[in-house]
Write a protein that binds this ligand. Structure first.
Ligand SMILES: [Fe+2]
Length: 294
């Protein structure tokens, strides 16, 4: 594991932080024309600020978005289950006219063993107003819990299950055959376990790694206790102090570290059209504090 502090200082990128710990805007760059030092600096800024916003990327199409992703990491299928339709297999098109909403706090694809490390989202069609996306900082949220509660949640494991969100879709619309994920056709939404507190593989920082979209319950406690623990963690994670909200403009791209954030897309634009194209980069198997101490 290489910690940020052990790396050489990155090339300078025009970064404007949005708050002391979380979120930053990058100005005056073209994601399709970064040099290698800038790619490295962007990757490090992403780990440090967790979500980055880049305006004015009007020249970026699907192919250029995928190409940019390949410079940052290993691009996965757009989604394990969702049909990519008439876009490239690496692209997940979230189209409001095809029920493509994300109006529940979630971290992308945590219902698999290796959830994506990074997501890159591009505005394709925006409603005239509304449709903002918010991100929550799971590391600040963890750090601002009381010490006793931190010690307790450090020990917990949770089950993540994509059935509620994608079970019907996989069975009925895909006939039980999803996309190639981790080298195999994805056929079953088998629930997986992840640590409730994840140690970031690059920064070493701890963050909450549960989300209302896919976490079904905490292992080894009663259903009632699980509900109570998760409710406390979700309410804390999504406090305004831990959240940035982005008002999309045409040409905007948002990138986030999916290992240290959750997000929510406001569904407040009625029947107006909204299309976002997402790509994801392959991640590792989440490690908890006990695994890292070992
Ligand atoms: Fe998402």
């Amino acid at each position: 594991m290489s910690l940020l502090s052990e790396r050489p200082a990155p090339a300078r990128l025009p970064v404007t932080p949005l708050g002391p710990h979380f979120g930053a805007e990058l100005h005056g760059i073209d994601l399709g024309r970064l040099d290698d030092d800038e790619v490295l600096a962007l990757r490090e800024a992403l780990v440090a600020y967790k979500v980055l916003f880049v305006r004015g990327q009007h020249g970026l199409d699907d192919a250029a978005q995928i190409e940019f992703g390949r410079r940052l990491g290993e691009v996965t299928a757009g989604h394990p289950v969702h049909d990519s339709g008439d876009v490239a297999p690496e692209v997940y098109s979230l189209d409001s006219q095809d029920n493509g909403f994300a109006d529940v706090w979630h971290t992308d694809v945590t219902f698999v063993r290796r959830p994506p490390a990074i997501s890159v989202l591009r505005a394709v069609v925006l409603p005239p107003s509304g449709g903002d996306t918010s991100w929550a900082d799971s590391q600040s949220a963890y750090e601002s819990l009381s010490p006793g509660l931190r010690d307790f949640v450090d020990t917990l494991t949770a089950v993540h299950d994509g059935t509620r969100e994608f079970g019907y879709y996989l069975a009925r619309r895909r006939g039980g055959r999803g996309n190639v994920w981790e080298g195999e056709v994805f056929t079953e939404l088998t629930p997986v376990e992840h640590p409730v507190v994840r140690v970031h593989p690059e920064s070493g920082h701890k963050g909450l790694f549960v989300n209302p979209g896919f976490t079904s319950h905490i292992v080894g406690v009663s259903e009632h206790e699980s509900r109570g623990i998760l409710d406390i963690l979700y309410a804390h994670l999504t406090r305004p102090e831990h959240v940035v909200r982005h008002r999309w403009r045409p040409g905007d791209v948002a990138l986030w570290d999916n290992r240290s954030t959750a997000h929510y897309a406001n569904r407040d634009y009625g029947d107006r059209h909204r299309v976002m194209h997402r790509i994801t980069l392959r991640g590792d198997i989440p490690a908890g504090p006990a695994a890292v101490r070992r």
